[in-house]
Design a protein. Structure first.
Length: 352
């Protein structure tokens, strides 16, 4: 018998594809899945993702979620919307991806609840820490299954809420594995480094600006929605904006390397970045900031900790005659770390 899963996303369906999209789509191959999410009125930076599962957007009053008292109006709207979905869809599992979603679940719901935690929400929402803490505490106590995307998150939730029944289901890459032959590298005089993903306050603009001054032949291609932070005003920095997932390789196939220049903080320390899996699939050299959670990518990535390390590692990879990893290693890693494998892990937990 198939599970009927009401899947509650915390991002718009047309936001850049990430863990909630891939898990929802994967679960739908074996279960009956319906996705609900809060509609994003500001459509800049969104893309037209395929409607692979039934979607039910929630239309609330914009810009009042963080206003005291007024936010109760949106909570009322969401709770009534979810109650109608439960009544009509009759799910035996509700899959939640954000702490405050628990307030939309009626007290008399007698099905199973899954909490999939992909970020340290307390660290991200510093102004709403008390609200998030209370909601997440209620959620982890009520949930039948608690999942985290990283070991760091698992440790934080265990210590924070004194629970031990947490499973790790890491992030993955969206297949298929690309057939890209590795050839001897021929570096051009002008170097281009590309970044793919959301550009927000965690993006280390200082590393980018300083490297542009130090290396005159260096160029950057930044692909993805600009969410927050500083926009670099330099002709050698190209902000391409959002690109459909199936068009990404064509945009970066001629770049010299892919980068992940994050500022390591409490938020980033808990992230298992989807982009590293996808970077490996593109068969390109990778230059990334280093932190404990991603040390297992060591055989695929040039890591740095300081700006000086960044420049040294950049010069080293530019002198290399081939990509750091072999094609066989790439394919083996991706086969073991696809979203298909991650969904199998989630389905296994649901079956238990």
């Amino acid at each position: 018998m198939k599970n009927r899963i009401l899947y509650f996303m915390n991002v718009d369906w047309d936001w850049i594809k990430q863990r909630p999209h891939f898990i929802a789509e994967g679960l739908a191959t074996k279960n009956e899945v319906k996705v609900i999410y809060q509609y994003r009125y500001q459509r800049d930076g969104l893309q037209n993702n395929d409607r692979t599962v039934p979607l039910a957007p929630i239309y609330v009053i914009p810009k009042i979620d963080n206003l005291k008292y007024f936010n109760r109006i949106n909570l009322f709207i969401k709770k009534n919307f979810v109650e109608r979905q439960i009544k009509n869809f009759k799910p035996n599992i509700i899959y939640l991806t954000y702490p405050t979603q628990i307030y939309s679940i009626p007290d008399d719901y007698d099905g199973k609840i899954v909490y999939d935690c992909m970020d340290d929400h307390l660290a991200i929402n510093n102004e709403s820490r008390e609200i998030i803490f209370k909601a997440e505490k209620i959620l982890v106590q009520r949930a039948n299954i608690v999942i985290t995307s990283s070991k760091s998150l698992k440790n934080k939730l265990e210590n924070r809420y004194n629970i031990s029944r947490i499973s790790i289901v890491r992030n993955g890459f969206n297949g298929p594995i690309l057939e890209i032959k590795q050839q001897q590298l021929k570096r051009n005089k002008h170097l281009t480094l590309a970044y793919i993903g959301t550009i927000s306050h965690w993006f280390d603009t200082e590393v980018i600006k300083k490297s542009l001054k130090e290396i005159p032949e260096l160029n950057y291609l930044l692909i993805g929605p600009f969410d927050a932070g500083e926009r670099i005003s330099d002709p050698r920095v190209n902000y391409m904006g959002t690109v459909n997932h199936n068009q990404l390789f064509n945009k970066i196939k001629n770049v010299d390397a892919l980068i992940m220049p994050f500022q390591v903080n409490q938020i980033i320390e808990s992230v298992d970045p989807v982009k590293l899996y996808e970077y490996i699939n593109f068969n390109k050299d990778i230059l990334s900031v280093e932190y404990d959670e991603i040390e297992r990518f060591n055989s695929f990535v040039y890591f740095y900790k300081t700006y000086e390390n960044y420049i040294a590692q950049l010069r080293e990879l530019m002198q290399a005659k081939s990509v750091k990893y072999t094609d066989a290693d790439r394919k083996e890693f991706l086969e073991k770390n696809s979203w298909l494998e991650r969904v199998r892990e989630v389905n296994s937990l649901l079956e238990k």
